[in-house]
Ligand binder design. Structure first.
Ligand code: GLP
Length: 263
């Protein structure tokens, strides 16, 4: 494959970078620019955040920009996509811990502006808590910018295959492949929670701007399906193709199986 040093605009919204680092720097730059733009208008940015290996370098870059360039997160209100259920917030593999470790502990975001679904929400009131989560996003005017990864079965957030286009934030059973992929971190599939709370597809697709980041060879197969399979709940990421506000930021490895695209 040709060495790509800058992004190639294949369509309006698919950008392929030579390396995962270059793709991550681009995503971090877009997020930083949105924060700065909103601040200059005296407004807050409602930022949807993701977990997993994929966004780690993006967060590294944002932390670096905070440290070296004075990027402030004081005008950011964050909503995370998902959390394992049940799982204690303090568990080292909770998404609460992940976000603290990779981003929140190193920037100046106000604690009161951080929102994540809770792995400790009382099961009897779970429906209410999920509704309240979506409600809170609406109260803040909706998500301005949503960062997304993609699971190897096409999930976005934890919207597993079968998730409806109009689904809201809810409890979901984790797919076998998702649990298998998480087994290394949890040191055995038997330790991986069976369920999770996830923003719904509708919650995600209501965002004004969506950046899907995919890096590495292990994402090549699902990226091909996300672009080429018929649009259906079987591969939830295919729903994104119906939306004009989605940009795909890929490294060459993740884009390796994508055939020629119209320019
Ligand atoms: C995780 C998260 C998703 C993430 C995906 C891919 O389980 N719930 O939000 O996008 O699976 O993870 P990774 O980036 O580690 O490949």
């Amino acid at each position: 494959m040709n060495k790509v040093t800058t992004d190639i605009l294949l369509t309006n919204n698919i950008h392929i970078y030579a390396t995962a680092e270059a793709a991550s720097i681009k995503v971090a730059r877009v997020i930083a620019d949105e924060i700065i733009k909103k601040r200059s208008l005296g407004q807050q940015l409602v930022l949807g955040l993701a977990t997993g290996n994929t966004p780690k370098m993006v967060y590294q870059q944002l932390v670096r920009m905070h440290r070296d360039e004075g990027l402030s997160f004081k005008n950011v209100i964050s909503f995370n996509l998902d959390e394992y259920y049940p799982l204690k917030e303090t568990h080292p593999l909770s998404y609460h811990s992940f976000m603290n470790q990779h981003l929140f502990d190193h920037i100046d975001i106000a604690q009161s502006n951080i929102h994540l679904p809770h792995g400790e929400w009382d099961v009897a009131r779970l429906g209410d808590y999920c509704k309240a989560y979506d409600q809170k996003i609406k109260q803040h005017g909706g998500i301005d910018l949503q960062l997304l990864g993609i699971g190897r079965n096409g999930h976005i957030g934890f919207n597993e295959p079968g998730s409806a286009f109009d689904s809201a934030t809810r409890l979901i059973d984790l797919h076998e492949q998702t649990r298998t992929d998480a087994a290394i971190d949890f040191e055995g599939i038997e330790n991986v929670p069976l369920q999770a709370i996830t923003m719904g597809i509708a919650t995600i697709t209501n965002a004004k701007k969506i950046l899907l980041l995919a890096i590495g060879t292990r994402k090549a197969e699902i990226i091909k399906k996300a672009f080429q399979n018929e649009i259906s709940p079987e591969v939830p990421a295919t729903f994104l193709r119906t939306l004009p506000q989605v940009s795909y930021i890929l490294d060459q490895e993740a884009a390796a199986l994508v055939g020629p695209l119209e320019r």
